[in-house]
Design a protein around this ligand. Structure first.
Ligand code: SAH
Length: 518
């Protein structure tokens, strides 16, 4: 690459880059259906204005300093008025910001993206449109319904079902829709489904025509109801179908029977609340989603690093790490002193479990000791054969002293280095309500228990059918100290163990446990 002329970058910096708005589709819900361009823009944005129906993980890759503004509807209530959203887009871009306007599905399919583009054009703001995978096509596909099919449907119409039958000016042309030679896909139509079906039949669409409703398409909790046009509204309401759902009308709807390809995961239909820190929750949430669960993120703790001097590990012949967080912060302290993994070459390194060992490997260090059970007692046992003179136990500020005490009892000199502390994270009312009604609440450490109970108050008022899941005996003991008996305890005290325990429990317990309600 040719070198830039000296001062080129400075000259460039001097001219403020113009703000720009990206009208981005986030797809129908499965994070795998976010486009590469959407992910790239989310990662770069200064400001992101987002709607309710975007994938839960869509903002994971946003910059930590990005401004995230929710402009969607809250639980079916009033949305932020469209004019206000447009004014915000114009204002932020006017300040020179790179603004992502993130919408479910495709921005130009019932997404009001067109109105926003016009408002931006009028305000002289540059914009770009990033199409997304639209729900009408994707939810159908995930249910095994091709919206067009050779010899069966050679056209498809995307139709809004959100018409107010009392307002003649917004009424759909039912005769034209009934006569449409192909598949009809209705968006936003689940509440109007009885009207839609009746109007289509009255206008001449056969009552026997296949129809399907796909609820929460592409999400772990996806459900499909198939029937005929005459019976679909009753079937869907009987099944308790709620928005977001699309309705497919046409012979292709019947193909769902043969073509459905998504097998429900072992946790499908279950809601699982995750109480661990947001920074660590995403891995667990993703795995739960893959198993079919609907995840409620209810982080009750946050990890905060503690200030301290750069670390010189040359004194120690043993380093004990008790969490992946500890590994991260230990290396920060090493780097602060201009050192790297080579500074640990002379010492033995012990990790409490596979997660910690994995974090070490990411820093180029293979742990010498990893116990079979992932608790301090097991680490003590695993270290019993190792001669130790001077050990460093790098860990959280508040932790049990089992390991340092045991090493001292063996005559070793032990320094405990508190690298981080766990602090409370305020729980939103929404997360709390979700957790209270969840099928499972997972606790992955004693501090998640303590801070959760602190957030909910002494009477947690959990649903009687909520099952409490604990990562291991220490966490279970903390639950019992607070009068809560865990229903499930992981055999292996790590995230994989929690997932295994959940799946086993879900397979042996019915999704709606009613016996405790009597
Ligand atoms: N721009 C979006 C549509 C927004 S209108 C798109 O292109 O998909 C909102 C409607 O989209 C919902 O009422 C529902 O009909 C449909 N929808 C969105 N996400 C959905 C999903 N995961 N499953 C089924 N329908 C969905």
């Amino acid at each position: 690459m040719p070198e830039r002329p000296a001062g080129g970058a400075e000259a460039e910096d001097a001219v403020p880059s113009p703000g720009r708005v990206y009208l981005v589709g986030a797809g129908p819900g499965d994070p795998g259906l976010l486009t590469a361009r959407a992910l790239e823009l989310i990662a770069q944005a200064d400001t992101i204005l987002y709607d309710r129906l975007i994938p839960a993980q869509a903002l994971d890759g946003a910059r930590v300093d990005a401004e995230l503004l929710y402009v969607g509807k809250e639980g079916g209530g009033e949305a932020v008025p469209q004019e206000q959203t447009q004014a915000l887009l114009v204002a932020r871009a006017g300040e020179g910001k790179q603004v992502v306007r993130l919408k479910g599905g495709d921005p130009f399919v019932f997404g009001r993206g067109g109105e926003e583009a016009l408002a931006l054009r009028e305000a002289g703001i540059l914009y770009e449109v990033v199409p997304g995978v639209t729900a009408g096509v994707a939810a159908a596909a995930y249910a095994g319904i091709p919206v067009t099919h050779r010899g069966v449907a050679s056209a498809v119409a995307l139709v809004t079902g959100h018409e107010d039958p009392d307002k003649p000016e917004t009424a759909l042309d039912w005769p034209a829709l009934a006569a449409f030679p192909g598949t009809l896909v209705f968006y936003m139509g689940i509440r109007q489904l009885p009207n839609i079906a009746e109007s289509l039949i009255a206008a001449g669409r056969p009552a026997s025509e296949p129809a399907a409703v796909v609820e929460r398409g592409t999400l772990p909790a996806q459900r499909t109801v198939t029937a005929t046009l005459a019976t679909i509204a009753r079937q869907a309401s009987g099944a308790g179908v709620k928005p977001p759902s699309i309705t497919v009308v046409g012979p292709v709807a019947e193909l769902a029977g043969e073509m459905a390809w998504r097998s429900p995961g072992p946790l499908s239909g279950r809601t699982v609340a995750v109480t661990r820190a947001r920074a660590q929750a995403s891995g667990l949430a993703r795995r739960l989603g893959e198993l079919g669960a609907s995840v409620i993120e209810a982080p009750t703790i946050r990890i905060k690093s503690l200030p301290g001097d750069p670390l010189d590990p040359s004194l120690y012949d043993l380093l004990c790490l008790t969490s992946p967080n500890g590994v991260g912060y230990l290396f920060e302290r090493l780097h602060a002193g201009g050192r790297d993994a080579r500074a640990l070459a002379h010492a033995r390194v012990a990790a409490i479990g596979p997660g910690t060992a994995r974090a070490l490997r990411e820093h180029g260090v293979v742990a010498d000791v990893v116990p079979e059970r992932f608790v301090a007692e097991a680490l003590v046992e695993a270290l019993s054969e190792l001669p130790v003179k001077h050990a460093l136990v790098a860990r959280a500020k508040e932790a049990r002293d089992v390991l340092p005490d045991a090493l001292r009892a063996r005559g070793a000199e032990v320094d405990v280095l508190a690298l981080y502390e766990t602090v409370a994270e305020p729980l939103s009312a929404r997360a709390l309500a979700g957790a209270r009604a969840a099928d499972y609440i997972t606790f992955t450490s004693s501090s998640t228990v303590r801070f959760f109970l602190q957030a909910v108050g002494e009477n947690p008022a959990l649903s009687p059918s909520t099952r409490i899941v604990s990562i291991g005996p220490v966490t279970s003991e903390t639950l019992r100290e607070h009068g809560i008996e865990p229903h499930v305890e992981a055999e292996s005290h790590d995230i994989e163990g929690v997932l295994d325990a959940l799946v086993t429990d879900a397979l042996t317990s019915s999704p709606c446990v009613t016996d405790t309600h009597e």
